[in-house]
Structures are given as structure tokens and as C-alpha cells.
Design a protein around this ligand. Structure first.
Ligand code: SF4
Length: 253
């Protein structure tokens, strides 16, 4: 049974070896698929925003006592951070995701706590997504600069863009694998994210209080949590709905 399962994996690494390198995946009870979390105390942009009243990071659930002090969670975060620089981290993540994320759980959420650590970190995540093409990846982030940097690296050289500057957002969105949705998270509650121009084609998410929601964004009877996933501004509603896991589509209406 184990031998058969290993044959289906894209690389020759056991589940235990992968977990030794990259740590274990999480299985959120309220979402389809699996997830992966890092220590929120190491968020770079989050660290800058934590002391700003009204910011999402100032009330971060992943910074409360439970996450910070409960030993299994803290150990898991620490192990995953240590693994980020391991030369076989991409292989390990591919092994973990290929092992766990099969239909109907072929969804993967990056960073249910924590955030990107560098542009190179995002590059490695993109490698993982490319090597798990049957899995739908969702990466919320406030590290806009890292996303913009990687998009720039993957777009045409600036010298060749010339007069087609209007195409930059579309080019940037096309720079990422089709099975990866990078969703730019708002920094302030009840505010739209202010994102670099070249990232304006990427979907965003906002955190809204019921009081802060405009009347056309808060359907009758829905909670603020149900509206966390806002619609992409450029890609259009139909594509946005396709990008969301089935269990979340209702909530995003
Ligand atoms: S970026 Fe996310 S995980 Fe990090 S401090 Fe802010 S809300 Fe918390």
C-alpha cells in the first residue's frame, strides 16, 4: 500500500522525510483541502502594521496567546521556518501536497498564519505549484513588494515593454501559474488594498466589519466573515467564482 502510494508521488521522498524537512500540513475544519502556516511574529509587513490601530494585523488571530504559546503550534511553526532554506524544501512540499491534496481535497491554502519571507520564497512556492498542477493553490499575502518583484522578473524585460504599459497588469497576472491564486490582502479593516499598479489585475481580499460594508457589498443576512473574499477588480466575477473552492463560492457572493 505504502509502496503503491510512493509510486504515485512525483519524486522519490517518503512522507516522513518530507515532514522532517518542511513540517506537517494543517487540515482546517472549515475549508476544503489542506493548509500550511508560519509564525505570524515573523511577518515582515505584518510586523510593521501590528501597532497601527485599525489594521488587520493589530487584531491578528495568529498572534494571540494560543498560537504564540501552545507548544505543538509553536514547534510546528518553528520547524516549518527552519525548513524554508533546506535545499530539498520544494521536493518536500511537492511530496506533502501530492500525498494529501487529492479530490475532493485538491485545494491548498498557503499561510493560514504567517506570510512570505522573501521574493525567493515566492519563487519556490511557484515551483511547488507548477509541480502539483492538479491542486488549486491559494496564497493570501500582504507582501505586495515580493509579489511585484517576482512578477517583474517573470515579465518581459522593461526595455521591451515600450508603449504597451497598459498591458503590464495583465502580464503580471499571467506571470504566475494558472493553478495559483495570489490574493492581495488589505492592510486596514474596512479598506480596499492599495496595490502597486502592475499588480492591479490580481484578486484582492478585504476584511470588513458589518458597519464598514457599503450597502452593495453586504447582501442581506450575510456576516462580515462571509464577505472576506472580495471579487477581483479586473478579472471579472465569473473567473473569480471559478478561482474559489466550491465550498466558498456561496460565501463570496
Ligand atoms: S500578515 Fe497575517 S499572519 Fe501576519 S501579522 Fe498580519 S494578519 Fe497576522
Amino acid at each position: 500500500m505504502i509502496a503503491a502510494r510512493r509510486r504515485r508521488l512525483p519524486i522519490a521522498m517518503s512522507l516522513r522525510e518530507a515532514e522532517d524537512i518542511a513540517g506537517r500540513l494543517g487540515k482546517p475544519s472549515k475549508l476544503p483541502g489542506y493548509s500550511y502556516g508560519l509564525d505570524a511574529r515573523r511577518c515582515r509587513r505584518g510586523g510593521q502594521m501590528r501597532g497601527v490601530p485599525g489594521s488587520v494585523c493589530s487584531t491578528c488571530y495568529a498572534l494571540n496567546d494560543f498560537y504564540a504559546t501552545w507548544t505543538p503550534v509553536a514547534k510546528g511553526h518553528s520547524k516549518r521556518h527552519d525548513g524554508l532554506e533546506h535545499p530539498l524544501w520544494v521536493d518536500a512540499m511537492v511530496t506533502l501536497i501530492a500525498h494529501h491534496c487529492r479530490p475532493p481535497n485538491h485545494y491548498f491554502r498557503w499561510h493560514d498564519s504567517g506570510d512570505l519571507q522573501s521574493p525567493e520564497h515566492l519563487e519556490r512556492i511557484i515551483d511547488v505549484c507548477r509541480r502539483t498542477p492538479d491542486v488549486r493553490h491559494w496564497l493570501p499575502t500582504r507582501e505586495y513588494a515580493d509579489v511585484a518583484e517576482v512578477a517583474r522578473r517573470r515579465m518581459l524585460p522593461a526595455s521591451m515593454l515600450g508603449t504597451i504599459v497598459d498591458l503590464i497588469p495583465a502580464l503580471a497576472a499571467a506571470a504566475f501559474p494558472p493553478n495559483l491564486v495570489i490574493r492581495l490582502s488589505a492592510e486596514m479593516v474596512d479598506s480596499e488594498p492599495v496595490v502597486p499598479m502592475e499588480l492591479s489585475a490580481l484578486p484582492t481580499s478585504t476584511v470588513q466589519t458589518a458597519a464598514g460594508l457599503p450597502s452593495d457589498r453586504m447582501p442581506s443576512g450575510r456576516s462580515a466573515r462571509q464577505c472576506l473574499w472580495s471579487m477581483p477588480r479586473v478579472l471579472g466575477r465569473a473567473r473569480a467564482q471559478r478561482e474559489l473552492p466550491a465550498a466558498l463560492r456561496e460565501d463570496a457572493q
